[in-house]
Design a protein around this ligand. Structure first.
Ligand SMILES: Nc1nc2c(ncn2[C@@H]2O[C@H](COP(=O)(O)OP(=O)(O)O)[C@@H](O)[C@H]2O)c(=O)[nH]1
Ligand SMILES: [Mg+2]
Length: 213
């Protein structure tokens, strides 16, 4: 049963509209894909747990930016309360690739003095014939930004799990090294240990108890 977690990481998806952010999330959390994604229907966040090493389960809270992709329309707290981000572009859409630097700059500025861990995602790799961005130039951008690069397809379920796992692992390693830590008033990383491991139901009760004060 999927009830215990030691840490929760809050991760956001960034990138232009229609690059495939919601499709990536649906594939990763529900295992489904639809060619007729409706941009107006979406949930705020998705969740899935990963066992990052034996006995260490990390709950990922994955936030979608449905309808807010217009540059600078996303609120600062949305960035600030996240520990990781997938910078997504569409391999068949040159403009979406050119905007990656803008997304990266926008977010990095807002989370200062803290840092966000990113992974660059070239998405829709199944549409190889329509490719407008080479792997080489995407890798060069990733190197310039100091992040990993991965090509994914939600349609063919290629590299989707792997991309989320790699990002999670990077955050986890930085946390183990003490470079990222849970802080009061910050939702990026939460620890399930509070002397004991809380079950979700207990957490709920705990929150309700606090609210009555
Ligand atoms: N060929 C292909 N199309 C995709 C893939 N992922 C998403 N799409 C399509 O791209 C369009 C936009 O996807 P969506 O997830 O809504 O993008 P968002 O606006 O970034 O959330 C939809 O028609 C999807 O079906 C993929 O991996 N391959
Ligand atoms: Mg969407």
């Amino acid at each position: 049963m999927d009830i215990l977690w030691q840490y929760q990481f809050r991760i956001i998806l960034l990138g232009d509209s229609t690059v495939g952010k919601s499709s990536l999330l649906k594939r990763f959390t529900d295992g489904v894909y639809s060619d007729v994604a409706d941009p107006t229907v979406g949930v705020d966040f998705y969740a899935r747990s990963l066992e990052i090493e034996p006995g260490v389960k990390i709950k990922l809270q994955l936030w979608d930016t449905a309808g807010q992709e217009r540059f600078r329309s996303i609120t600062t707290s949305y960035y600030r309360n996240s520990v990781g981000g997938l910078l997504v572009f569409d391999l068949t859409n040159r403009k979406s690739f050119e905007h990656v630097r803008d997304w990266h700059r926008e977010v990095s500025e807002h989370v200062l003095p803290h840092r966000m861990v990113f992974i660059l995602i070239g998405h829709k790799s199944d549409l190889g014939g329509d490719r407008k961005v080479t792997r080489d130039e995407a890798e060069r951008l990733a190197a310039a930004l100091g992040v990993r690069y991965m090509e994914t397809s939600a349609k063919c379920n290629s590299n989707v799990d792997r991309a989320f796992e790699l990002l999670t692992r990077d955050v986890y390693e930085l946390m183990k090294a003490g470079e990222i830590a849970a802080r009061d008033g910050w939702d990026g990383v939460k620890s399930g240990f509070n002397g004991k491991i809380l079950l979700p139901a207990e957490e709920e009760a705990e929150r309700e108890r606090k609210c009555q004060c």
